[in-house]
Design a protein around this ligand. Structure first.
Ligand SMILES: *Cc1c(COP(=O)(O)O)cnc(C)c1O
Length: 404
């Protein structure tokens, strides 16, 4: 019989790039998780905005297990029914005409950036290769995506960075006017910065980016890896912002916990990915596609999306009530069920101290940078779980305030 693994095995056997919590979750149902010791947690973290339907949602379990008995993988030498259905569903629900399927957010962004460069190369020539992105942005951990991302710590120490990338200031259109020119092939932006602090983009800023891109024949890429698939209260955030990108990337909630990513593009742009220009062994994998199709079809309904807006209001009410009593937050912000509570001046930079206290009280939450407590729960989290999770959060915050 094999021994039950422990947290010590992480340090012994795994590369030290993560520092996971001591508790090891072994089972999940809806918005509740249980660890090896049988302790129960309410999940406001959602696997970092991935478990859009909580844990083991019956609709996703059904899609996965039915496909598991049929066909797992065929490579892109063949196509397959789940991938075709998923691509069609995404096209019918969005601005996009074409879809590239892959397995993660970074991979979707890598595809988007390569597509933009290739499109500009083919239509205008080699010189049109500049990419504008933003400080504090996050686009994934491949070397191209950390270089485009606006947090230098993620690219430092990995050797020469790819050239042609410049960073403006988020929500500051003038900073982009100074950087963009006819050699720019793309502007990559999150409609709301996730990792950078749950910071919503001003609609005028995003509309201004669209206009600048049009003026310079550059492509507008929306990274909706974190905001996508219902999290913002619409299927994709762009649909409520009145700004349509040329390329959009999706992952995280797309598979509800099964690894999958997608890059969506208009026909005008997608044709630059001609036969042989790009690929991925797992892209369009039947298991991943079957689960993602079920997730998209379940989430893109008025019931679920209205429910996200209702729950957003509930989260806000609870957090404001907690703040009335403890004064730890300066601002509550976000869209849908991606919510940030910014620490007040007295607690500046101390968001991460809440997490271990919350775990002790039976609540999983997140941070986004040193100053923002982040919540990205299931889009269908029961209201009773919100209330109970908030009671646990308040106990954790009371202990922070008491200096325990
Ligand atoms: C998480 C995230 C990514 C990276 O996704 P991975 O699946 O970890 O590669 C990219 N962009 C944004 C906005 C994200 O939140």
């Amino acid at each position: 019989m094999t021994q039950t693994p422990t947290r010590a095995d992480f340090d012994r056997y795994m590369v030290p790039n993560y520092a996971p919590q001591q508790a090891i979750p072994v089972r999940g149902e809806g918005s509740r998780l249980w660890d090896q010791a049988g302790r129960e947690y309410i999940d406001f973290a959602g696997g970092i905005a991935v478990n859009g339907l909580g844990h083991c949602h019956p609709v996703l379990v059904k899609a996965l297990t039915e496909q598991a008995g049929k066909l797992w993988h065929v490579s892109n030498v063949y196509t397959n029914e789940p991938a075709l259905k998923l691509a069609r569903s995404l096209v019918e629900r969005t601005f996009a005409d074409k879809v590239f399927l892959c397995s993660s957010g970074a991979e979707a962004n890598e595809a988007a950036l390569k597509l933009a460069r290739r499109w500009a190369h083919d239509h205008f020539g080699e010189h049109k290769n500049r990419i504008v992105s933003f400080t504090q942005s996050f686009h994934g951990r491949t070397f191209f995506t950390v270089s485009v991302g606006g947090q230098p710590k993620y690219a430092q120490g990995f050797g020469p960075v790819p050239g042609g990338i410049v960073h403006g200031e988020y929500n500051n259109l003038d900073s982009v006017r100074d950087l963009i020119d006819d050699d720019t092939c793309a502007v990559m932006v999150e409609p709301m910065q996730g990792e950078g602090g749950v910071l919503p983009g001003d609609p005028e800023f995003l509309a201004g980016l669209r206009a600048l891109c049009d003026a310079h024949d550059a492509l507008l890429i929306f990274d909706e890896v974190q905001t996508g698939v219902g999290r913002s209260g619409t299927l994709y955030a762009y649909q409520q912002l009145g700004v349509t990108p040329d390329i959009l990337t999706s992952a995280k909630s797309l598979g509800g916990g099964f690894p999958v990513g997608a890059m969506l593009a208009s026909d005008r742009v997608a044709s630059a990915f001609a036969f042989g220009t790009h690929g991925s062994t797992y892209g369009g994998n039947p298991l991943a596609s079957a689960v993602a199709l079920a997730a998209v079809e379940f989430i893109d309904t008025p019931e679920v999306l209205e429910g996200v807006k209702r729950r957003h209001a509930l989260f806000r009410e609870h957090l404001e009530a907690i703040n009335d009593r403890h004064g730890v937050f300066g601002e509550i912000r976000g869209m849908g069920l991606l919510i940030g509570a910014v620490m007040s001046a007295d607690y500046e930079g101390r968001a991460a101290e809440i997490l271990p206290l919350a775990v002790e009280e039976g609540l999983m939450a997140l941070v986004a940078g040193p100053n923002v407590l982040r919540m990205a729960p299931s889009l269908v989290i029961p209201e009773a779980d919100i209330a109970e999770g908030m009671a646990r959060l308040e106990r954790a915050i009371a202990r922070l305030v008491a200096g325990q």
